[in-house]
Design a protein around this ligand. Structure first.
Ligand SMILES: Cc1ncc(COP(=O)(O)O)c(C=O)c1O
Length: 318
């Protein structure tokens, strides 16, 4: 075989082998991570769109860069590589277009448990899904497990199909308690908001405490909150500078009116020290070594009692 022919064949071979590898890797990813989808996708109404999308994108990239590879490596076999690349490019575009055409290209979802639909209306803002833990403000007594999902027309049929297949249902007792709680949601949230505002105003006087709560212009995320929300609920974060973690735990443990617990959104006030592990991946907070996070849920009690309670326990932070 002449060297020209060899180079030509080699380029075509490299083009085809790389393309096959891309397809095999994509299918591998799809097989490995898509097992759940493979088992349930049809019934759930979920298509393997993200993998189709990935494959389409890879084909497109190959279509663009593959021929260059051929042209650069071989001035003779380049034409064939360009042709094969062009086919891949077309297939890639068609695949991406068909994914786009399903209308389920990207689905946006928000956890609206903190604001509830009383303070924020995500579907009106353009979200496809709004998830609310009914365990919190909806029920209002921290004694129920449940959740709600509000969706727009675009995803309704898919969600309904998924719900049918997974058989997710709310128990009758939980449904009863949640609907009972919903009747007073607005009244309770108004009170949570007013109480939390008073507590926040009190806490804002302390230099060693930074509030993660949108109560004032210079507070964390205030502008975004102001733009979209009509109010704030009772849950807030305190970023506390203290000499030790022990001091922060002591502050929390010496609160008399704040219970210890995770299930916020009920009538009662709660306090929780978030240790480093519980902060999870919230690296955006960039806490210094002497900074700690305490989560307060301001309940429906008399706010002056709550403030007095916090005041008596603050001494432990010094
Ligand atoms: C913001 C937020 N959303 C959702 C949940 C989940 O709530 P559930 O306990 O009902 O699963 C929590 C739980 O703390 C939460 O804080």
């Amino acid at each position: 075989m002449s060297s020209e022919k060899f180079i030509k064949n080699k380029t075509v071979l490299i083009t085809l082998v790389s393309a096959c590898l891309i397809v095999i890797i994509s299918l591998g990813i799809r097989q490995t991570f898509g097992m759940f989808y493979f088992d349930f996708s049809t019934d759930l109404g979920i298509t393997l769109s993200q993998f189709g999308f990935a494959l389409g994108l890879q084909m497109l990239l190959w279509g663009v860069f593959g021929p260059w590879f051929g042209v650069i490596t071989d001035k003779y076999g380049g034409h064939i590589a360009v042709f094969i690349g062009f086919i891949f490019y077309l297939v890639g575009i068609l695949m991406l277009y068909s994914q786009y055409n399903t209308g389920l290209y990207f689905v946006t979802a928000i956890d609206n448990t903190w604001g509830t639909p009383y303070f924020l209306k995500p579907i009106k803002l353009g979200f496809d899904m709004s998830i609310v833990s009914a365990t919190k403000y909806y029920s209002g007594h921290s004694d129920v497990m449940g959740g709600s999902l509000a969706v727009n027309k675009k995803v309704f049929a898919k969600v309904k199909a998924a719900e049918r297949v997974t058989g997710l249902r709310l128990g009758p007792d939980d449904a009863y308690l949640i609907t009972r709680g919903l009747r007073t949601l607005d009244v309770r949230l108004d009170r949570h908001r007013e109480n939390a505002k008073k507590v926040a105003e009190f806490l804002s006087k302390f230099k060693n405490i930074k509030l993660l709560y949108p109560y004032k212009k210079d507070s964390y995320n205030f502008r975004m909150w102001k733009k979209y929300y009509s109010g704030a609920s009772g849950l807030m974060g305190l970023r506390i500078k203290a000499k030790s973690e022990k001091a922060v735990v002591k502050f929390v443990n010496n609160l008399k009116l704040f219970g210890h617990g995770y299930s916020w959104g009920g009538f009662e006030s709660l306090a929780l020290h978030q240790n480093v592990r519980e902060q999870g991946n919230r690296s955006y907070l960039k806490l210094a070594k002497n900074e700690h996070i305490v989560r307060l849920h301001v309940g429906l009690e008399d706010p002056s009692d709550l403030i007095a309670d916090i005041k008596q326990s603050l001494k432990h932070l010094k």
